[in-house]
Design a protein. Structure first.
Length: 314
């Protein structure tokens, strides 16, 4: 009788462990991570690159990434009515970048609300966004927000990496010496609705420009390590190695950030790093709890079995 009771107890403990696993392994809800991109008309003549790379993780599983590319020409977009169509083109390139992945691995949703010049990137349920990188060589004014949330409250870090457009536009085998400094223009950065900061770019290196940004932009500092590692990509027009410095905003107490590069010799990489919610920790905890309770159940069963065996022998 006691053996039957102990067997029931063992199964009860194992059932409890499975229940704990389900509780701990609650999937990341949809839209836990969201980023909204507000676009504008490109200012650069000729075809110029705009691209993005997103990286996300299945809860307790693998990391996946996708890259989308578009080429925009200011000469072919001559009025604001074309802005929504241009934004749709960007959305299409982002979605096309995920077609190489199995549908079950596509943890990112890209939406354009009501044909507006904006895109909202969100996670699917069961996935968590890890990072987003936008590369703009079209000189369009860009604005980003977390759809009502603050960057610091949601623990989202961001960085501005100013780069020379020549580094992605020149093909080494067919080009002469590439310029090593910016040409002429300025950069404007605005946090929420505060007065923007303005940086003159004339003849400066990207490091000098970024250093000047950190002098004027409170809460930022010059980082010599990249917030988001570059993905390997065959097309060097899209992804280039980290150039050594970027402007990091690790704890930005704001809801939106905007940057407008007005120098055709420059491009900007805007990087976002999200906190991991449930992606790994909850799965690890659930597996640990399962193992502990399972071993406990087996220990109890073994104890009673031993007691029963000894009494039978006597």
């Amino acid at each position: 009788m006691k053996f039957i009771n102990c067997t029931h107890l063992t199964f009860a403990l194992l059932a409890a462990s499975l229940s704990c696993q389900a509780a701990y392994a609650a999937p990341t809800p949809a839209n836990a991570h969201q980023l909204r991109l507000h676009t504008s008309l490109p200012k650069k003549s000729g075809e110029s690159l705009f691209s993005y790379t997103a990286e996300w993780q299945q809860d307790g599983g693998k990391l996946y990434h996708s890259t989308g590319m578009s080429f925009l020409d200011a000469n072919k977009i001559d009025d604001t009515s074309a802005l929504a169509k241009m934004t749709k083109k960007l959305a299409t390139s982002m979605k096309d970048g995920m077609t190489q992945l199995d549908p079950n691995w596509r943890g990112l949703i890209v939406e354009q609300p009501e044909e507006q010049p904006e895109l909202i990137l969100s996670n699917k349920a069961g996935y968590a966004l890890d990072s987003l990188v936008f590369r703009d060589y079209t000189n369009q004014a860009l604005r980003f927000d977390l759809v009502g949330k603050s960057f610091n409250t949601d623990k989202v870090q961001l960085a501005f990496d100013l780069v020379l457009a020549a580094d992605v536009e020149y093909l080494d085998k067919f080009s002469g010496q590439k310029p090593k400094t910016a040409a002429q223009g300025d950069i404007e950065i605005r946090i929420d609705d505060h007065a923007p900061i303005q940086i003159k770019t004339d003849g400066k290196t990207t490091r000098e420009i970024e250093t000047e940004i950190t002098r004027q932009l409170g809460g930022s500092h010059l980082s010599e390590s990249t917030l988001v590692a570059s993905q390997v990509h065959k097309d060097t027009r899209n992804i280039k190695p980290f150039d050594g410095t970027e402007v990091l905003l690790a704890n930005l107490a704001a809801k939106s950030v905007a940057i407008d590069v007005k120098d055709p010799s420059l491009g900007v990489l805007v990087k976002f790093k999200f906190k991991g919610e449930n992606a790994t920790s909850s799965s690890t905890e659930s597996r640990s709890m399962l193992v502990i309770l399972g071993l406990l159940g087996l220990a109890v069963a073994g104890y009673f079995w031993r007691e029963k065996t000894q009494k039978t022998a006597v």
